[in-house]
Design a protein around this ligand. Structure first.
Ligand code: SF4
Length: 216
């Protein structure tokens, strides 16, 4: 995607369509339990049917906000870590936002499907591949965490396909591998995930603990 052509009003990333930002606890993946300030950007062209942030899909609903304001609000909290999520945050040029967050000494974690060109610098990249729009090749070498959402047992094959791509792309193999039950299918799929991970111990299980805790 040509970001400048598609989002000419964003001034190269000085402005970004902000859905919401809030200080909470990271509920899933490797950083589960860690306090973090979430920056949720609007706009996603992937279209997962079980998406739990569908309200974020249409970027036109979210007027662009100056990144200075976004970062000022983040820095006003005790948060030491920032989670940039969406929507699909890689739909936007994030270099300016990341540079500004770094000026404040904040750690930056990215949640992405990897379906749009990479921009920005991150301390941790959680790649969560989606069948509708698979990750671009540039994300496999840099993923710190591969988190695959499992809705049916067929998704184990999809998970292994992506794990293989990570293994082929990473010489030092730093990536961690997580299977996460799709929330609305938790009862139906959790036993299968537990058994799969016991049989394939290179995987770990991630659950959306924030939903159990009823926090954002
Ligand atoms: S990539 Fe993420 S935000 Fe986009 S539709 Fe899928 S789950 Fe929702």
């Amino acid at each position: 995607m040509d970001k400048e052509r598609t989002y000419p009003s964003l001034e190269g990333g000085r402005l970004l369509p902000l859905v919401e930002s809030f200080y909470t606890i990271q509920g899933e993946g490797f950083h589960t339990g860690k306090p973090a300030y979430f920056i949720r950007l609007g706009g996603c062209d992937v279209g997962c049917r079980w998406c739990d942030s569908k309200e974020s899909w249409n970027p036109d609903r979210f007027p662009p906000v100056e990144i200075e304001e976004i970062v000022r609000q983040a820095a006003a909290t005790p948060a030491k870590a920032i989670v940039i999520t969406g929507g699909e945050p890689m739909n936007y040029p994030l270099d300016m936002l990341c540079n500004l967050l770094k000026d404040y000494g904040l750690e930056i974690f990215l949640e992405t499907s990897g379906s749009s060109p990479m921009s920005g610098k991150f301390d941790w990249i959680c790649l969560s591949p989606k069948r509708n729009k698979p990750p671009r090749d540039e994300f496999f070498p840099v993923a710190d965490e591969l988190k695959v959402i499992v809705e049916t047992p067929e998704d184990f094959e999809w998970a292994e396909e992506n794990r293989q791509k990570v293994l082929e792309a990473q010489r030092c193999g730093q990536c961690l591998f997580f299977l996460q039950p799709e929330w609305s299918r938790m009862k139906q799929i959790s036993t299968a995930i537990v058994e799969y991970v016991k049989e394939h111990p290179n995987w770990n299980i991630s659950v959306q603990t924030h939903k159990f805790l009823r926090i954002p």
